[in-house]
Design a protein around this ligand. Structure first.
Ligand code: GLY
Ligand code: MN
Ligand code: MN
Length: 457
């Protein structure tokens, strides 16, 4: 948590931007995994954390812009809670520590909202992403699940604040990135044939927990890197495999790191692995060097894709004009995801508020395969924190589908591609801050080139 002044300033700015009405903040509740008392790790809603700082379950808050007051709704601990969970500061003390003087019991919020509605005050709330949020809107306001009408001015105002990281946030993110780098260095040092994927996942999870925080998302640690969000960890690592690890730490304050390494099972990459790997590193470095305020991130995505097409042309997998291939979407056979996303309190920062508002400044997205997965396209500005994460994958099912359809065959040498169907996938990912004159990697460097990684084996 930051000092109370940080939260007071954030709320003041939000009130000015939205201008009038009642802003409702839905905190998160505990969530039972298999029964109520055996829950998943509690994670507070990130927008609630941003404005009210309190990482506790069962809270809601309102900012009444017209009445110029903030209220946190929640319950004081009962003696039973204290017996089972120990003593904590009171809700009053917790709220005062983030600059909010007024608290009310959790049960009072429905009446409060109904009174506000009776006065014809405009209610603003954000998109829901948990069933408990939907149920609360149903119970308090009669809004049926699926029929919510989130407030666009509220969304835009929150995005407009959370997109620009303050120096105290950047310090937190850098802490998360340093732990994330330690997780990756641990994996690079330990991987060898005969280990199970889960051995590596366990070791890097330990690094994240030992740093005082947790994971920022479930670890991807797999010899099947061509499956983009693969969370199966039961395979044995074998000589010749490439182990793709996408993993990040979250600090105790809730800020994320997010990085990907692709590590050979043995001491070195095979010549074929190195050829593809070098293209990905070149794409990553070229994209990172292009970061600066004013450039649309979509242009850097195009650049990263052109580097991949040029590299794959040199190896005989692709042909034709690289720019035309990228505009046609031919690169997406190998590079079917975006180049990166905003990062902050969420690993995909503010994704619950809507990609159009976070990544596209309200402009429409492409529907082209590959390009449609680009989460960030807008012009970059100082204070943005984002990832750079190009990759090359050989996805057998996608190759077969496109080949059968002769899809974009003017750009793709399917005969050669078919010989690589067992190759797997390669991705590199690190996190960057947009500065007034360029971009700066956050946290210490993760070994990235084949030489740097082989040196640690
Ligand atoms: N961790 C998922 C991603 O890199 O976006
Ligand atoms: Mn990642
Ligand atoms: Mn990422």
């Amino acid at each position: 948590m930051f000092s109370k002044e940080t939260y007071i300033e954030r709320c003041e700015q939000l009130k000015k931007t939205v201008g009038s009405g009642l802003l409702l903040f839905l905190g998160n509740d505990e969530c039972g995994a298999n029964y109520a008392d055996n829950g998943y790790r509690f994670r507070q809603d990130s927008t609630f954390l941003y404005y009210f700082g309190l990482p506790y379950a069962g809270l809601s808050a309102v900012i009444d812009i017209d009445g110029n007051r903030e209220i946190i709704f929640g319950n004081e601990l009962t003696i039973d809670d204290i017996v089972w969970m120990g003593v904590q500061p009171t809700l009053k003390e917790k709220s005062e520590s983030v600059g909010v003087a007024e608290i009310r019991p959790a049960s009072a919020i429905a009446g409060y909202l109904q009174e506000s509605a009776g006065k014809k005050q405009t209610l603003h709330y954000l998109p829901t992403y948990r069933a408990e949020h939907q149920l609360k809107l149903l119970a308090w306001l009669g809004v049926r699940p699926g029929k919510e009408t989130p407030s666009i001015p509220f969304i835009r105002a929150v995005v407009n604040q959370r997109s620009y990281k303050s120096s105290e946030e950047i310090a937190e993110i850098e802490r998360a990135c340093n732990t994330t780098a330690d997780m990756h260095i641990t994996a690079i040092r330990m991987i060898r044939p005969g280990l199970r994927e889960s051995d590596v996942v366990a070791a890097v999870t330990e690094v994240a927990l030992a740093a005082g925080g947790d994971l920022s998302f479930p670890v991807i640690g797999t010899v099947n890197g061509q499956m983009l969000h693969n969370h199966y960890h039961g395979n044995i690592i074998r000589e010749g495999d490439l182990f793709l690890m996408d993993a990040g730490a979250e600090t105790a304050a809730g800020y994320a790191g997010d990085a990907t390494s692709t590590i050979p099972a043995g001491n070195s990459y095979t010549p074929h692995q190195k050829e593809i790997y070098d293209i990905v590193v070149n794409s990553h470095r070229t994209a990172a060097a292009a970061l600066r305020p004013g450039i649309p991130f979509s242009e850097i995505y195009d650049l990263s894709a052109r580097i991949i097409v040029e590299g794959l042309k040199n190896l005989g997998f692709m042909r034709g004009d690289a720019e035309e291939a990228v505009q046609a979407g031919a690169h997406a056979l190998f590079y079917p995801h975006g180049l990166g996303h905003m990062m902050g309190l969420d690993v995909h920062d503010m994704e619950n508020l809507g990609e159009i508002w976070v990544g596209y400044d309200g402009q429409p997205k492409s529907t082209q395969f590959g390009r449609k997965s680009l989460r960030l396209a807008r012009k970059l500005e100082p204070g943005f924190v984002l990832t750079i994460e190009p990759g090359i994958y050989f996805i057998p099912e996608l190759i077969d589908r496109w080949r059968a359809e002769k899809h974009l065959e003017e750009f793709i040498n399917y005969e050669k591609v078919a010989t690589y169907k067992n190759f797997g996938g390669i991705r590199n990912e690190e996190d960057y801050l947009i500065t007034p004159d360029g971009g700066r990697r956050l946290g210490k460097a993760i070994p990235k080139t084949t030489e740097e990684i082989e040196a640690l084996r």
